[in-house]
Design a protein around this ligand. Sequence first.
Ligand code: EPS
Length: 393
Amino acid sequence: IRYFTAGESHGPALSAIVEGLPAGMPLSPEDIDNELARRQQGYGRGGRMKIETDRAQVLSGVRFGSTIGSPVTLQISNRDWQNWTTRMAQFDKPQEEIPAISIPRPGHADLTGMIKYGFNDIRPVIERASARETAARVAACSLAKTFLRHAGIQIGSYVSAIGPADGTADPALLDNLLAHGAADLSREADTSCVRMLTKTDEKKAVAAIDKAKEDGDTLGGIIELFITGVPMGLGTYVQHDRRLDAALAAALISIQAVKGVEIGTAFDNARKPGSQVHDEMFIAGSGSPARNTNRAGGLEGSMSNGEVIHLRAAMKPIATLMSPLHSFDVTSMEAHLSHIERSDTCAVPACSVIAEAVVAPVLANALLEKTGGDHFEEVLDRLDAYRKEIDAK
Ligand code: EPS
């Protein structure tokens, strides 16, 4: 499965082409649009989310509620486009001069982007560097997420920190929510406006966001991602570019503002001796191998090891500050406070939904590499046979 997205934040639409899904996979509009709606939630978003109601129009690759093996084209309209037809016109030159944005924001793509692409205006950089692009990605990846769900693989997440507000879940609560698959965890997190798991944590996070907004500041945070139902043996250690841990980390880092990824308790593990890190193996009463801990986060030798996959991602605070930082004007080369435009105070809850999305094609590809198959039933039959083979060992 591979996909591309296109579209500017304030252009007419975002689009995506997704190729490589097996034919015959059941797909409903809700499989895509529910993920788009989840991505739009979250306390701390700015005015834009009040304008948009993201829905994907399917332009190819689906017939009578099933994929047909050909590329799927998805399109999401930008409602805000109607306010930008002059500033973002594709061909018509504006009647009056549109002032260039010339003061780059520290932490954004602005300065390097304009120099690299030869612009004297930051606008074209903002338009594509914007996290609005993630709407197209979530739509594209929702197809892989649906594929995995049908294959018994569930992806879930919650937010464990927003700025200084810690919301790390109680391990027993987490185990409970993961017991029947990671989708339960996400359903629970979705009931909170910050996707945290207790009301006390939610309150602290909301207060932190309110304070940041009042100060003209922004907040980042930490996302916990869990994937359940992954059979042992997806990915491989035999070649660098087929390592599942590397591909999952790359997918998460590709999300705008994500700057750190951790697999299991990797950073904690680094400070401890091996005897306190590696997850010991036992033979359970049922006769199958079992572990009491999962510090490796479900990945050993760059392969899934049959345990729950646990990834953590760190999102930096958004770079557009209403109380701007020091910068300079690229036209006059004089010191100036950085450019301000409408933005979010915090987008960590949305980022957690995006994180769920972007890992889906990675896992779906690892699964397809194991099973092969052009038709969905063929894939499921082979997966079923593989699961039985593992269980029999
Ligand atoms: C974003 C800036 C804001 C966010 C946007 C990401 O948009 P605008 O400039 O239109 O106010 O709302 O996120 C989305 C539009 C979205 O759909 O998530 C940025 O600069 O990254």
